[in-house]
Design a protein around this ligand. Sequence first.
Ligand code: PLP
Length: 365
Amino acid sequence: MSVTERTLLGPGPSNPYPEATLGLAAPILGHLDPEFVAMLERTCERLRSLWGTRNPLTLPLSGTGSLGMEAAFTNTVRAGDQVVVAVNGLFGERMCEVAGRYGAHVVRVDHDWGQPVDVQRVLDAHPAPALVAAVHAETSTGVVSDIGALGRALRERSEDTLLLADCVTSLGGTPMALDEWRVDIAYSGTQKCLGVAPGLAPFTFSERAWEHRVQSPPVWYLDLGLLGAYVRGGPGGRTYHHTAPTSMVASLDAALARIEQEGMEEVAARHEAAGARLREGLREMGLELFAAEGHHLAQLTSVRVPDGVDSGKVRDRLLREYGLEIGAGVGPYAASVWRIGLMGHNARLDRAELVLAALRRVLER
Ligand SMILES: *Cc1c(COP(=O)(O)O)cnc(C)c1O
């Protein structure tokens, strides 16, 4: 067996929290084992706490972040529904694509990449949509948006519009208060700031969303009416729906325990400090940051590739010579932007210094 020791990955840590790795390595529990069932319940409770919600329907779905996105739309969108999507990067684009497949009439609110979501423009896009969707932390551009401002503004206008937030790169890196922000539906992924292997999509659905839900969504696997019983169980107890990926849940539970122990405020401060140091060091090197000033995401820094520098060659050298993986840009910015993730266990000052030192060497700056 070969063991590589990569320290950084563009859009997510390749070395998760050590606790999460131990969780994966523990003896495998059966999905009906009472010990596992108790663990799943605990994981759901830990997710509620991290997300700042009391939603009973909060659980890790068996799939990656995109599955969370799929579950969000398949359970809320009916053919012909007016759905406003704020698009300020790749994942907003993906939401338009998914919503469209469920028959939504998608009203796109396009932003320049690198800009945060403009609340007023989203409000102005449609007077009474069934759903508004936005990405909290756009991993494709390194921008964080004010989901709380959007949620409160929407709720002031109407009780009938649901708000969906993609929290894949914010959960576990940025403090969250979904109930206060009036977010109805949110999903995340384990491999970003939660510092776990890819494979689960933490998911939460408000009582309001439950009232508005699609009764029999076209995707059986993601029908929340069935999945609710899978975690909580009715009077007859928890019912089988599909086999839970038990080791992944154990790993997520261990990572959430670690975040709890460290304290979410401390964890967020650690992400902030690492991101701030990285931005400062990149500027000292004469590099130009990509995200709009004041809206930088701590856990993912986007920076422009200097003129005349081959983006791929630099990434390749960082990987081969230093064991550091940084991300390329996305879409139109594939060759002109780098994305450097400092998430979960990697959100540390020493990692920021390491990537800066290696980049300085490779760029000879
Ligand atoms: C990574 C990511 C996704 C997709 O998650 P997968 O785990 O790759 O399916 C969705 N939204 C955002 C903001 C992401 O960063």
